[in-house]
Ligand binder design. Structure first.
Ligand SMILES: [Zn+2]
Length: 193
């Protein structure tokens, strides 16, 4: 089945639910892998959708780790997201926007991790995933010659660390790793400006 034909494979109720899920922003991450895409779809629980695609857009395998495993609204949501992406390739945020976009993403994640640190490993994991992502973006900006935004992204990460540190006693090492890496990158980019 080609990505464009996925609608024919799903029940209309599931299609509608998946579409609503996508439109309401339930996909919290959508990342390209070597063989396809991995997405996290948030609902009562977070579910991971994995797609294996051929170069021509043909879907080789699709999987969701929710109890339905397949033919679920999570898959549908991801299919709609990918179709949108194809017809409307995402342009990277304008340089002046990236900081506010990132701040907007980071703040709730930090707040959530801060409040749920002892109990909720998903919240913690989400923080570290996002921190990694932000550092990758910073690297990308630096590689593209935009050192100013690379520096600002690192600063943003470091600015949020104090909120996490007091409650992260079990994660001292990990949080220190983020701190060290972001500080190192910051120092490095700052010398390039
Ligand atoms: Zn599912």
């Amino acid at each position: 089945m080609h990505l464009h034909e996925f609608e024919s494979q799903f029940d209309t109720v599931i299609l509608q639910r998946g579409k609503t899920y996508y439109q309401n922003g339930h996909i919290s991450s959508l990342e390209q892998t070597d063989t396809g895409w991995t997405a996290i779809v948030e609902g009562n629980n977070d579910y991971v959708v994995t797609l294996h695609l051929a170069g021509n857009g043909k879907i080789i395998t699709s999987h969701c780790n929710c109890p339905m495993k397949a033919n679920c609204k999570h898959l549908v949501a991801v299919f709609y997201a990918l179709l949108d992406k194809q017809s409307n390739p995402i342009t990277p945020p304008q340089p002046e926007d990236i900081i506010s976009v990132t701040r907007h993403k980071l703040e709730p994640v930090v707040r959530h991790a801060e409040g749920a640190i002892y109990l909720d490993s998903t919240a913690v994991k989400r923080y570290f995933t996002l921190a990694d992502e932000i550092m990758q973006h910073a690297n990308q900006y630096a590689a593209d010659g935009d050192k100013v935004n690379a520096v600002l992204l690192c600063k943003l990460l470091l600015e949020k660390l104090p909120q996490l540190q007091p409650c992260m006693y079990k994660l001292d090492k990990d949080i220190l790793a983020v701190k060290n890496k972001a500080t190192m990158m910051l120092d490095f980019y700052a010398t390039l400006i």
